[in-house]
Write a protein that binds this ligand. Sequence first.
Ligand SMILES: Cc1cc2nc3c(=O)[nH]c(=O)nc-3n(C[C@H](O)[C@H](O)[C@H](O)COP(=O)(O)O)c2cc1C
Length: 155
Amino acid sequence: MKTLCLYYSRTSLTKEVMTRIAEGLEADLYEYTDGKDRSGILGYLLASIDSFRKYPEVTIKDLETPLEAYDRILVGMPVWAERPCVVGKAFLKQYAPQLKNVYLIVTHMAAVPYTKQILKLNDLLDTPAEGYLSVATGKGIDYTEVDEFIERLRS
Ligand SMILES: Cc1cc2nc3c(=O)[nH]c(=O)nc-3n(C[C@H](O)[C@H](O)[C@H](O)COP(=O)(O)O)c2cc1C
């Protein structure tokens, strides 16, 4: 099964998780982005402002790989302001017609899983996600659940 791992990551934590998953599944790994610089304190503020806008202006740049070349697509994104971030949501909305056999991976600082918020992402998809993973990064990434997730997808 040809698998693609996509991620948006402001401070590289989602990237780290998605890199581990891509290695475990022997998948291709690419970033998706709207191209806005959200690094540093100013970037944190911009991300917060976008999170509270009803209609944030977020347009995802063209991807470096064609989605139709893959049998399974894993999409990673961080939580901002108690919800999956606006960049991740914009990606799902923009590419929904091309997303089949999708898995959602969300990273967050809090120890509690963001299950309800992840399931709400299905509203943006044409076909509901096949599975999801909520990964706490606040005390360092615990790879136990990530590795279990990889094993489930490998079998
Ligand atoms: C603007 C902003 C808001 C955030 N809000 C939350 C939040 O509500 N709950 C939470 O657990 N983590 C929150 N975080 C932390 C990130 O979700 C967490 O550190 C994530 O793993 C970062 O991933 P990244 O390095 O790929 O950007 C927030 C981060 C930012 C930048």
